[in-house]
Design a protein around this ligand. Structure first.
Ligand code: ADP
Ligand code: MG
Length: 254
């Protein structure tokens, strides 16, 4: 068994009176793909956002590769890290959003170079060579000089994935990466994610693509109402779910 890369432990998160995460535990091993399923409003995006400390947790903790995220421990107390230390931790956590979030005023190549050059202080030439290799990997070597608006949604999302990879993250988080795409563009983005899975990238993917979950996930997690209802290998969760709430959800999406 490989080591635990992402460890989510007893995480609670409220927005005012609304308790959105009600004690979430999740472990993702290095090199594995975890797919999170669940109805709208169940807390999936909030969970991803707590993993890179875009949201602070109210209770519990999260570690990546053994390092506490957003806090340092001193004795039995947790102290929140300074913003610059949080930003440094975030460079190890790639995030791919539903709406691509590319820098519109930068070319594709510049989108990939920006973070390694500024956050990691990589020499520009080195960052550019790495960026070109990544564009090749996502099948967009010929688009290096294009601006995001000149690309299809599927191409933009592939650039966003390449950009996340440019920081060589320890884990990649995807929040419904194909939900904003026209149906005919979904496949090309899922193919890139599948290729990453084959090469051992640790990933957590929130998606409604059940076929993708079945084919690619090592673990499928079903969330509802701020808790993990059940989790296991895809065949177990998707074909023989143990909980009524999982069955009800799957009967709507399958
Ligand atoms: P999912 O991604 O599973 O659809 P979310 O994590 O986005 O669910 O949201 C879970 C719940 O938390 C929803 O009721 C949503 O309205 C609420 N929520 C999310 N973010 C905020 C926020 N910043 N402030 C207040 N409520 C929020
Ligand atoms: Mg969401």
């Amino acid at each position: 068994m490989s080591e635990v890369m992402v460890d989510v432990h007893g995480v609670h998160k409220s927005f005012g009176p609304l308790e959105v995460l009600r004690g979430v535990d999740l472990q993702v091993r290095a090199g594995e793909v975890t797919v999170i399923l669940g109805p709208s409003g169940s807390g999936k995006s909030t969970l991803l956002r707590t993993i890179n400390h875009l949201e602070k947790v109210n209770r519990g903790w999260i570690s990546i590769d053994g390092e506490l995220i957003g806090y340092r421990r001193s004795g039995s107390k947790l102290h929140e890290l300074k913003e610059k230390d949080v930003l440094k931790q975030r460079t190890h956590i790639g995030f791919v959003f539903q709406n691509f979030n590319l820098f519109p005023h930068l070319t594709v190549l510049e989108n990939l170079i920006e973070a390694p050059a500024s956050a990691l202080r990589r020499p520009r030439k080195e960052a550019e060579d790495a960026a070109r290799r990544l564009l090749e990997r996502v099948g967009l070597a010929d688009k290096a000089g294009a601006f995001p608006r000149q690309l299809s949604g599927g191409q933009q999302q592939r650039v966003a994935i390449a950009r996340a990879l440019a920081l060589e993250p320890k884990v990649l988080l995807f929040d419904e990466p194909t939900s904003a795409l026209d149906p005919e563009l979904v496949g090309e983005v899922l193919d890139v994610i599948k290729d990453l899975a084959r090469t051992g990238t640790t990933m957590i993917v929130v998606t409604h693509e059940i076929g993708f979950a079945r084919e690619v996930a090592d673990t499928v997690v079903f969330m509802d109402d701020g808790v993990v209802v059940e989790q296991g290998p895809p065949a177990a969760v998707l074909d023989t779910p143990q909980h009524e709430r999982t069955r009800a959800f799957l009967s709507k999406v399958l």
